[in-house]
Design a protein around this ligand. Structure first.
Ligand code: DGJ
Length: 741
């Protein structure tokens, strides 16, 4: 969402002009840039906050200024952030600082994001020969430790275009030493897998070329542990997230110099962007942070920034929902929907979401091979239409939500019959069809298609203002490069995402309140380029609790629990067929935005009662899980037999501790987990949630925060009656609520 700077105050106290340096600060960090007029823009320092009086000594203490936005042609022999071809074929740039400003800015609250105060540095670089300008921006938040940087690249030629060959958002130098990278990899149903590796000479390249979604197989975020092997709790960490919904690359170059250099930007690989005379190209933001408290500390910085400034409604607790997909798949009908609504309401849930299968008149959506684009209700399944469902939900005292996949169509659809020219496909080639053998991607670069896509949401929310939640899905990549609308095919990938942004802007301008989930065949849209308009994302189509521990752990490196939809589902799990106890499934789902993904009518009375109790308990801890600080304690990736994390409220008066056993062997000796983030001087009373079986020895007892952080509590893997029920299945978990006295 584009926001407006409402006030431009005078030079800021938080950014100090020290000699020729620009010193930008956030509460705990400093960024120092050197911007000598006529010289190149240099990045001197980013790390723990320093005094103005220390700035002068930075270089003397050994920090070596590095090009902050290297462009090809300036003598750099590895990668560059920017590379162009001028009219006539010259491929060089030589960018020099022309001028710069630093000012305080205030962005007003807009019903989706809170107000924001920041310091904005703008450095204007000009080529020494050509009319070619780059503005580099650094926006330092005043209430959270995050800086966003981006550029505006302008071709000042009167008529002739310049070809952009590479157009990164930023380049961050990272002092060499013993630096480790943490990043996420995976695939559909196994998203957010953590990879940690020591940086070695060469290029560590992470990229995504799906075209539509961008976080199944890789993530556009990275962390660098600067003090050796990654630790969750100790050492300096630099984290960065590219905020872009489309194809990207992150490249960390290590050569023969003292610095690794991290580049991040839109992938130029399948674009040939001709920047017309007078045109300006804006790169997406790269958000970066630093923490001295290890990986968890850097994550907390991302989480706070996300909740306070980046995701939609990040300060608002999310409703507990039942989604219909795994419960009934395409078998939507009125009595079933009504019963599911009654069931989730009876368990204390607050929202029911009707997933795929509700639409299509000429072509009913009974399986995944038709009807996308035909967003009229199928009255054979729902004779009384959507309003009846909204009213039914309201009768059950819950809210109603609905699934759509607005960027897509099928070759078997009325939309495609009417507008075959609206789909993306290479000219003169047979249609390249995706899901169901018929799915196609709409050409979002085309304003008529943008109107249509906006209209889908607009019609639903205008006709049925009671709709409270939209699940926005996207189930195929861009498979065939070609637009009948665009004159310049080299811009297709970028125009698609500009179109996506334009539609989302329009939706949010008119409907700031509605909750929107970014789903994309599971976790294909876990990215900060999407989240300004979306409240949350579906972490994965895989709801198996054990596999979710790994996926949610990795995803939490960059994204807060409030954005991570985490649902209790049936067993055997629909993706990997694993059977886990209901308690284990609940205890994992409770660590994110809790929901359900099953058919309640297939549950036993005992299971329903257990879920009802868990939902009531989740409501007690919801503010801490969704709005508190996360401390990751024992990583499942360390293969110690367990995983554990906790959330602590800002005032440190409430905390929730999660403990999940990840494997099961006879004679296992699990480590005792030390807690974190508590107030050492306060005493906390321990209560077990989702408890089955007898009380733990510390139930109802209180301990000082200091004791819990130095010693933790010994969690018995399989005590008493609990063992009977679940131990044989090899799973054990505990959720402890800690309340300060
Ligand atoms: C993929 C999503 O990830 C699922 O949750 C579900 O909504 C299906 N699409 C529906 O087709």
């Amino acid at each position: 969402m584009r926001r407006f700077f409402l006030s431009f105050l005078l030079l800021t106290m938080a950014a100090t002009l020290f000699a020729e340096n620009i010193h930008l600060t956030t509460p705990s960090t400093s960024l120092v840039l050197k911007a000598d007029e006529g010289g190149s823009l240099q990045y001197v320092y980013f790390g723990a906050r320093i005094q103005d009086t220390d700035v002068d000594g930075l270089e003397a203490s050994g920090w070596k200024p590095q090009d902050a936005y290297p462009a090809y042609g300036q003598g750099n022999i590895t990668l560059d952030a920017l590379a162009v071809t001028h009219p006539g074929g010259d491929m060089t740039l030589d960018l020099a600082v022309e001028s710069w400003t630093v000012r305080d800015i205030h962005e007003a609250a807009d019903g989706i994001h809170a107000a924001c105060d920041a310091t904005l540095a703008t450095i204007i670089l000009k080529d020494k020969v050509y009319p070619f300008t780059v503005k580099v921006f650094y926006k330092a938040f005043q209430d959270v430790d995050m800086i966003e940087t981006w550029t505006e690249i302008t071709n000042g030629e009167k008529k002739k275009s310049v070809l952009l060959r590479r157009f990164d958002s930023a380049c961050l130098p990272v002092r060499r030493g013993h630096v480790w990278a943490s990043h996420l990899t995976g695939t559909w149903a196994n998203e957010g897998q953590l990879v940690q590796e020591e940086l070695q000479p060469g290029i560590l390249k992470i990229e995504n070329k799906d075209g539509v979604r961008n976080s199944h197989t890789s993530h556009a975020e990275m962390m660098f542990s600067l003090d050796g092997r990654p630790s969750e709790t100790e050492g300096a960490v630099l984290g960065a997230a590219l905020c872009y919904s489309g194809d990207y690359h992150l490249e960390t170059v290590t050569n023969d110099t003292d610095y690794h250099r991290f580049f991040a930007g839109i992938s130029p690989d399948h674009s040939a962007y001709e920047l017309a005379g007078g045109e300006t190209f804006r790169t997406p933001e790269l958000a970066f942070t630093w923490s001295g408290e290890g990986l968890s500390g850097a994550s907390r910085n991302f989480h706070r920034w996300a909740r306070d400034h980046r995701i939609a409604h990040g300060d608002k607790e999310r409703k507990i929902l039942l989604n219909s997909w795994e419960g009934v798949y395409f078998n939507i009908n009125e009595p079933t929907m009504d019963k599911m609504m009654a069931d989730i309401a009876g368990m204390g849930g607050e929202l029911f979401v009707m997933d795929d299968g509700w639409f299509g008149v000429k072509y009913p959506r009974n399986i995944d091979n038709s009807s996308l684009g035909d967003w009229q209700v199928d009255t054979r399944k729902l004779p009384h239409g959507i309003q009846w469902l909204v009213d039914a939900a309201s009768g059950h005292k819950i809210s109603f939500g609905i699934w759509i996949e607005p960027e897509m169509t099928n070759s078997k659809s009325e939309l495609y019959e009417k507008h075959p020219e609206w789909v993306l496909n290479a000219p003169s080639r047979p249609l390249s069809q995706g899901r169901g053998g018929t799915q196609l991607v709409l050409d979002l670069g085309n304003p008529a298609v943008q109107d249509f896509v906006f209209g889908i949401v607009d019609d639903l929310l205008t006709d049925y203002p009671g709709i409270d939640y939209i699940k926005w899905d996207a189930n195929m990549p861009l498979q065939s490069h070609g637009s009948t609308y665009l004159k310049d095919q080299g811009k297709l990938l970028i125009e698609y995402h500009r179109g996506f942004a334009a539609v989302c802007d329009r939706i949010r301008a008119k409907y700031p309140e509605v909750t929107i989930q970014a789903c994309a065949s599971g976790g294909g849209r876990a990215n900060y380029g999407v989240l300004p308009w979306f409240d949350e994302f579906w972490v994965s189509d895989n709801t198996d609790a054990l596999q979710r521990i790994y996926m949610q752990w990795g995803t939490s490196y960059f994204f807060p629990a409030i954005a991570m939809a985490s649902h209790i589902s049936a067993v055997p799990n629909h993706t990997n067929r694993r059977v886990t106890p209901l308690k284990f499934r609940i205890d994992v789902a409770m660590s994110g935005r809790l929901g359900m993904e099953l058919q309640p009518k297939d549950m036993t009375e005992q299971e329903i009662a257990q879920c009802r109790k868990a939902i009531a308990e989740y409501k007690q801890i919801r503010p801490v899980v969704q709005l508190g600080d996360q401390y990751r304690l024992v990583s499942p990736y360390d293969r110690l037999g367990l995983a554990s994390l906790m959330y602590v409220s800002e005032k440190k008066d409430e905390a929730v501790f999660f403990w999940w056993k990840t494997d099961h062997y006879y004679d296992q000796h699990l480590p005792r987990v030390k807690m974190a983030g508590l107030d050492p001087d306060r005493r906390y009373t321990v209560t077990e949630l989702d408890r089955i079986g007898g009380p733990l020895s510390f139930e109802g007892k209180s301990f000082s925060g200091k004791y819990l952080m130095e010693n933790g509590l010994d969690i018995p893997a399989y005590p008493s009656a609990y063992a009977e029920q679940v131990a044989m299945q090899g799973y054990s978990s505990r959720v402890l609520r800690l309340t300060a006295e």
